[in-house]
Design a binder for this molecule. Structure first.
Ligand code: ZN
Length: 305
């Protein structure tokens, strides 16, 4: 892939939108960032006004914006042919349902590609991180919520909407884990059992604070291993990346590899699935830069497609 081949076509406005902060960047299509800032996530009116002002000023300094790429928290409409493409849908975040990136960016009159924050992170890791070289890649974040971004050759995979892997329900043995789960829709889906808030609700502590408790780490790894094995069976990715705050727990990634191996039970045999899954299931390599890198690439794709 030649990232520089369209460098003459203008600049990319990139947005990584999270529940607590927005990262904004003006970049060349090759990924070089010319201007960058971060904003607190307030009401859509406040945040979108500040976002538009940043891009107008950055474009005045550095040059014309030719496309936008946005990697946003959701749920969000990611279907380009939909009349509500780029609109936040059923989030519980006050004021945000119905907020539309297109409404605020229409004044620039350029193509916009919008996808989820986890797809943005997947693309960022694929460009120059732990997903480099993978054809199909799945990036799963385990933090405030759980979700997976799937990409193939750097482009988002989806159906009539983005995937919602965090709401798959793993087997839940109430004898070993009587915690009922916290998902408002399903109670004991993966997010209801193994997200950061679920862990805090179950034990009153983060998993990091419980890292000496191998039974706690193993329990959470069991639920995440079920999700990992499901991703393998559904998509056969070349690699799985697990990131997010909960993955900062020492020993968790190793326990997820073991749980995934147990779940797959030797059924899928392929050189990609190395013994112990040490190469196959990876931690992110880019840290906080994956999301904005992915958003720049989404914008580059909007420019060239
Ligand atoms: Zn759920």
């Amino acid at each position: 892939m030649n990232l520089a081949e369209h460098a003459d076509g203008g600049l990319i406005g990139a947005v990584e939108a999270g529940g607590t902060k927005f990262v904004l960047a003006l970049a060349r299509p090759d990924g070089t960032i010319l201007a960058r800032t971060r904003l607190p996530t307030q009401s859509p009116q406040q945040t979108f006004a500040a976002m538009a002002a940043f891009f107008e000023q950055a474009a005045a300094t550095h040059g014309r914006i030719a496309a936008f790429g946005i990697a946003s928290f959701g749920p969000i409409d990611v279907i380009p042919s939909s009349p509500t493409y780029g609109t936040i849908t059923t989030t519980t975040k006050p004021g945000w349902p119905g907020a539309s990136y297109h409404d605020v960016l229409a004044r620039f009159g350029v193509p916009v590609q919008i996808h989820t924050d986890v797809v943005g992170a997947a693309i960022g890791e694929w460009i120059r991180g732990a997903g480099a070289g993978a054809t199909t890649l799945a990036y799963t974040t385990v933090g405030t919520g759980i979700g997976s971004g799937l990409i193939r050759e750097g482009r988002p995979l989806m159906g009539f909407s983005h995937y919602e892997t965090g709401h798959i329900q793993p087997p839940h043995d109430l004898a070993t884990d009587p915690f009922p789960g916290i998902c408002a829709f399903h109670q004991d889906c993966a997010e209801g059992l193994a997200s950061g808030p679920a862990i805090k609700s179950r034990w009153g502590k983060s998993l990091d604070e419980l890292a000496g408790d191998s039974a706690a780490v193993s329990l959470i790894a069991g639920y995440l291993g079920h999700l990992a094995a499901t991703l393998v069976l559904m998509h056969m990715p070349d690699r799985l990346i697990f990131g997010g705050g909960v993955l900062k727990t020492p020993g968790l990634i190793e326990a997820i590899r073991a749980a995934t191996t147990a779940r797959l039970a030797g059924y899928v045999q392929h050189p990609r699935l190395d013994p112990g899954l040490v190469d196959y299931i990876a931690l992110p390599a880019l840290g906080d830069d994956a999301g904005i890198s992915g958003a720049i690439e989404l914008g580059r794709q909007a420019l060239t497609s």
